[in-house]
Design a protein around this ligand. Structure first.
Ligand code: PMP
Length: 428
């Protein structure tokens, strides 16, 4: 049935059926969770050879005893791994601790407190702001919110952020000092930025505040689900446009090896790295080099990055298929929501009919299926359309995901029908 053309009595009948079904499910007292994009235990197991891999040999190439202090920018072999993931030269990479989010936080702090490469610290501006492609990664937005940096929503389309709007804001406001980008298999939309988008982003450094930085969070650089999708090089594009200083790139092995104990990387020009190091040297004597060496050995002795990621994909693919099948079989052609099939990454982004996302999440929670809170994919937790829901299929076992998705589809239908009924009643 098409929701738009259904009469009030048809909708009421439908609502009754769905409610009965929903109440039956509520009796089951489910306790399922498809909130965060965490790897499953099966995926984590793929990297268990990290444990004990050093067998007492803690020396890195060059003789560094990795157990000791020092080495602020990380071991060369770890930086090489980061260079491989980000497709940049090793000299332009710092290998840090276990989290790229921490590196991003420190990079924002560096810009805010001290300024990058001799530019004005952002805190000296009246109203520093970041452009935030939406829906996006909630933790990016939290960093800005915590530091009082303003945020401006930029819709994401199939090519990436709406670049006309990005350029317009930057031309009109010299206090825009950053943009968050997840350029490959974006969180949550799954979009990979097109050649034109990357080129236009690379040109921003010519018109923006000189302290402006693109935060290129390539968290899903090697996370293909099937065939490989190539992301145009932002480094090459900025070099051509003489704007190389405008980009900071990030990646990590969090969703490659062990999510809580991987290695994170930041890549940038020498001047930017110098600014970061100045901030970091007050904070730490150096990263966990033992873990960096473990990772380097793992990817030379046990597996290649490519083979390893193929194994992840084999585990993840049936889960994505499960989500997409439920959405297709339950909702296709009904005008109750919109979604895309991602080629990689960790999420399926679902848009309900405007005004329904919160209701869907609440209904699912009541039925024992935890979803990422509606609005979480937008700055300040405010989705102006109340429409986007991020589905994270990686963590639960397939059977649980199957049940959770059946509940999800039911909740989408129920919330949509109730909203439509309310609307028709209000119209009189
Ligand atoms: N960036 C994005 C876009 C992510 O989705 C995530 C994990 N959900 C992270 C960064 C976190 O990375 P890390 O574990 O390296 O801090």
């Amino acid at each position: 049935m098409q929701i738009e053309s259904a009469s009030i009595s048809q909708l009421a009948e439908w609502e009754k059926e769905l409610s009965t079904h929903y109440e039956r499910i509520r009796q089951h007292e489910l306790n399922l969770d498809i909130t965060r994009g965490k790897p499953s235990a099966e995926q984590l197991n793929l990297s268990d050879k990290l444990d004990g891999i050093l067998s007492g040999d803690y020396r890195a190439a060059g003789g560094t005893d990795t157990r000791n202090y020092g080495g602020l920018i990380g071991l060369t072999c770890a930086r090489e791994l980061g260079a491989d993931m980000l497709q940049v030269p090793t000299e332009e990479v710092i290998a840090g601790g276990n989290s790229s989010l921490t590196l991003m936080y420190h990079a924002v702090l560096t810009g805010y407190l001290f300024g990058f490469a001799g530019n004005t610290p952002w805190r000296e501006l009246k109203a520093p702001k970041f452009l935030c492609p939406v829906p996006g990664y909630d933790r990016h937005f939290t960093i800005c919110e915590q530091l009082g940096i303003g945020m401006i929503n930029i819709p994401v389309n199939a090519q990436g952020p709406d670049m006309d709007l990005v350029e317009k804001h930057i031309r009109e406001d010299n206090e825009i000092i950053g943009i968050w980008c997840v350029p490959k298999y974006s969180n949550p939309t799954g979009v990979t930025y097109s050649e034109e988008t990357v080129e236009r982003l690379a040109q921003l450094g010519q018109i923006a505040n000189p302290g402006f930085r693109i935060f290129w969070d390539n968290a899903y650089a090697v996370h293909d689900l099937g065939h490989y999708v190539s992301l145009p090089s932002i480094r090459a594009a900025t070099l051509e446009n003489d704007t190389a200083d405008s980009v900071l790139q990030f990646a990590s092995t969090s969703k490659v090896t062990h999510a809580g104990s991987g290695v994170a990387f930041v890549s940038a020009t020498g001047d930017n790295l110098k600014s970061l190091q100045q901030q970091m040297q007050a904070m730490t004597i150096g990263p966990d080099k033992v873990n960096q060496l473990r990772h380097s050995r793992f990817f030379t002795e046990c597996t290649s990055l490519k083979d390893h990621m193929r194994k992840h994909a084999d585990i993840l693919r049936p889960k994505f298929d499960c989500v997409l099948e439920h959405l297709h079989n339950g909702l296709a052609g009904m005008n109750l929501g919109q979604w895309e099939k991602p080629q990689g990454g960790y999420f399926v982004s679902f848009n309900t009919r405007p005004g329904c996302a919160k209701a869907v999440v609440n209904l699912a929670t009541e039925a024992g299926v935890k979803l990422t809170p509606a609005g979480a994919t937008f700055p300040y937790g405010k989705d102006p359309e109340d429409s986007n829901i991020r589905i994270a299929p990686s963590f639960p076992p397939l059977e649980e995901l199957d049940t959770a998705m059946a509940v999800f589809v039911l909740c989408v239908k129920l919330a949509s029908v109730r909203q439509r009924l309310k609307h028709l009643h209000q119209k009189g």
